[in-house]
Design a protein around this ligand. Structure first.
Ligand SMILES: Cc1cc2nc3c(=O)[nH]c(=O)nc-3n(C[C@H](O)[C@H](O)[C@H](O)COP(=O)(O)OP(=O)(O)OC[C@H]3O[C@@H](n4cnc5c(N)ncnc54)[C@H](O)[C@@H]3O)c2cc1C
Length: 383
């Protein structure tokens, strides 16, 4: 490979754009190919929450790297709403895990604290604390507009000489002695390395290279909640999952008289076709959501469900992203996909690790991230 390789990144969602950014910063020649427009995939349909309230040290480490980048981009003009993130606990065992998370986050330089059940109303005056033992709160966590994030990243990529070609779908792949010849319906593009950041379409992209990638496109819904009166406090992101994982709901501030809520289901019955799925919220989901909301925040002033939508989580069998080559004998095809419900918050660190693979042949800058490669053990059918 040449000292400054030509890298083509497939997909202009958060993962593709963060990868492109890390690559141009390190001197690579980068072209991003996007079948539709910037943020038109899952990224543009997400609710943009960025949090670090996890209990696994590696998950926290990944977010430390992501937060470092978010803080830098915020200083450069990306708008980040620091509304805080409250993860609720229903058992003492969960509270003990949360206490360990506070320690782990403190060691990693992140701020969080435990909230007892009798303190919950101090943070969220409308919350019904029945059945809750307390929560884990990160005051610096928050959300951003994922369209803004993608356009912000695209701006930096372009300013550093990268090219972003929208409405240019990768249709076919030829192999030459030095790399790939990519067919997009107009002039073919020659390159040394390809990064597959195709989100829910990443398996189709891998197939063009004769490789198999197991990512399950799972449909998730979000709904706006309008309030008759503005709240006199900022609703943090509230994550209320039964048993700390699986099913439940979350909701957060969007405007002073508007919240966004999401319902969590344990599993979807079948993988969705990313080119043909119902991108609207189903009526039954709204009913289910209303019931959960009435239980947890029963007295929100004049709460009405508004517009809803659906998008896809690109999910792997073990619910961790794929970053690295599928086939170690083909290191010039790097995958950066499968971030499930965390592809906004993990995109900065995934982009960093993917760029490591491209430019250094190994994920040298994030300890333990070799484990994210789509190895034969991990790249298996899920569900
Ligand atoms: C309702 C909802 C809420 C969510 N909330 C959050 C949240 O709060 N926080 C969080 O971190 N994550 C959240 N997520 C998850 C997050 O949106 C995804 O993990 C993330 O957007 C995935 O990004 P991506 O870049 O991998 O994929 P995408 O954004 O889908 O980008 C892939 C791109 O590749 C393009 N593409 C595909 N095939 C080709 C081809 N052959 N040639 C060229 N281009 C191609 C597609 O057009 C697409 O634009 C949410 C998701 C949903 C649906």
């Amino acid at each position: 490979m040449t000292a400054s390789p030509h890298v083509v990144v497939i997909g202009a969602g958060t993962l593709g754009l963060c990868t492109a950014l890390n690559l141009v910063e390190q001197g690579a020649r980068v072209t991003v190919l996007e079948a539709q427009s910037i943020a038109s995939g899952s990224s543009g349909r997400s609710v943009g929450v960025v949090g670090s309230q996890f209990t696994d040290p590696f998950e926290i480490l990944l977010r430390v790297h992501s937060f470092r980048r978010f803080r830098q981009w915020e200083a450069e003009g990306l708008h980040f709403n620091h509304i805080g993130y409250l993860r609720l606990a229903r058992t003492q065992a969960q509270m003990e895990l949360f206490a360990r998370s506070v320690e782990m986050q403190a060691e990693a330089g992140l701020t969080s604290r435990l909230i007892r059940a009798d303190e919950l109303r101090g943070l969220v005056p409308h919350i019904n604390p029945d059945g809750l033992e307390g929560g884990l709160f990160g005051p610096d966590n928050g959300y951003l507009d994922p369209h803004d994030m993608c356009n912000f990243l695209a701006g930096i990529v372009r300013a550093r000489g990268g090219e972003i070609r929208q409405y240019r779908k990768l249709l076919g792949v030829g192999r030459g002695p030095g790399g790939y010849r990519l067919e997009t319906g107009s002039d073919p593009i020659d390159c040394d390395v390809v990064v597959n950041a195709g989100g829910a379409w990443a398996p189709q992209v891998a197939e063009l290279f004769g490789q198999r990638l197991h990512i399950w496109p799972e449909r998730h819904e979000a709904v706006l909640i309008h309030l008759d009166e503005p709240l006199d406090y900022t609703m943090p992101m509230v994550m209320d999952l039964v048993n700390g994982q699986g099913s439940g709901l979350n909701f957060r501030h969007e405007k002073r008289n508007e919240l966004i809520a999401e319902i969590h289901k344990v599993h979807s019955v079948a993988p969705e076709d990313p080119d043909n799925y119902n991108d609207q919220c189903e009526e039954q989901s709204k009913v289910d959501l209303a019931e959960l909301l009435m239980e947890r925040v029963p007295d929100l002033p004049g709460a009405r469900l508004g517009r809803g939508w659906a998008g896809l989580y690109p999910v792997t069998a073990d619910h961790r992203p794929f970053v690295g080559p599928i086939d170690p004998s083909e290191p010039t095809l790097v995958t950066a996909a499968g971030a499930g419900g965390y592809g906004i918050q993990l995109a900065p660190v995934i982009g960093q690790i993917a760029a490591d693979w491209v430019l250094r042949g190994a994920p040298v800058s994030v300890p333990g991230s070799q484990s994210l490669a789509p190895s034969a053990e991990r790249n298996i059918p899920g569900h």
